[in-house]
Design a protein around this ligand. Structure first.
Ligand code: HEC
Length: 192
């Protein structure tokens, strides 16, 4: 520390250095000492920024190109049969499916299919769901998905029938109508 050293020097030789000589020495040592440090720290900052830019660029380049969340419900006999999204939301199958969903699936997927953190996946934006026919979706829900399977991204099990063996095909079909409603509205379905 400048001030410490000056204090020691001052006490060793009291009154020896006139104030202007002292100031000249300080400014000389100041400019001589700070420049190398300045350039060194600038170099480190540049290196750090360069590394961050590289990490950023590689993250963007390596990012998996998943389709945007724009949901297109394909192959849904449930939607076709209802005729319109409004008709689907008003149907008995939808309302029954919603009740069943709230009884079993909501624990992991949330009441509007938004998913609970660390549990199920978001069903409103799922392109996997959107790409399956109603029959394929039925088969999927009956089977579930184990953590080791390639399509599993959470490391958590989707249990067969959501863990509720009482859900027969008819009930699951109504749940599928409800899921189609979730997809068609981005989760903004009327509350049960
Ligand atoms: C115990 C928690 C749990 C319950 C209950 C549950 N799920 Fe799941 N579900 C999951 C998990 C976890 C995943 C995602 C697994 C993965 O990483 O692929 C999942 C995935 C899904 C998927 C595939 C989504 C996608 O984009 O890949 C569908 C469809 C689905 N669940 C429907 C249901 C239905 C319908 C019910 C109720 C009958 C239900 N789930 C009950 C945990 C659950």
């Amino acid at each position: 520390m400048d001030t410490e050293r000056e204090a020691i020097e001052a006490s060793a030789d009291p009154g020896a250095a006139p104030p202007d000589r002292d100031a000249a020495r300080r400014s000389a040592s100041h400019s001589g000492r700070s420049d190398p440090y300045l350039w060194q720290s600038l170099a480190w900052v540049a290196l750090l920024l360069g590394t961050l830019v590289l990490i950023g660029v590689s993250a963007v380049v390596a990012r998996p190109r998943t389709p945007k969340s724009e949901v297109v419900v394909v192959h849904s006999e449930a939607v076709d049969a209802a005729g319109s999204v409004e008709a689907l939301l008003a149907s008995d199958a939808f309302k029954h499916g919603q009740k069943l969903f709230l009884g079993t699936c909501t624990a992991c997927h949330g009441p509007h299919g938004e998913s609970k953190p660390g549990l199920g996946k978001n069903l409103t934006k799922s392109t996997f769901v959107a790409g399956l026919s109603d029959e394929e979706l039925l088969a999927f829900i009956k089977r579930g998905r184990n953590p080791g399977e390639p399509l599993n991204t959470t490391g958590v099990q989707m249990p067969p029938k959501g863990g509720n063996p009482a859900l027969n095909d008819d009930k699951l079909r109504d749940i599928i109508v409800f899921i189609r409603g979730l997809q068609a509205t981005g989760g903004k379905v009327p509350d049960a």
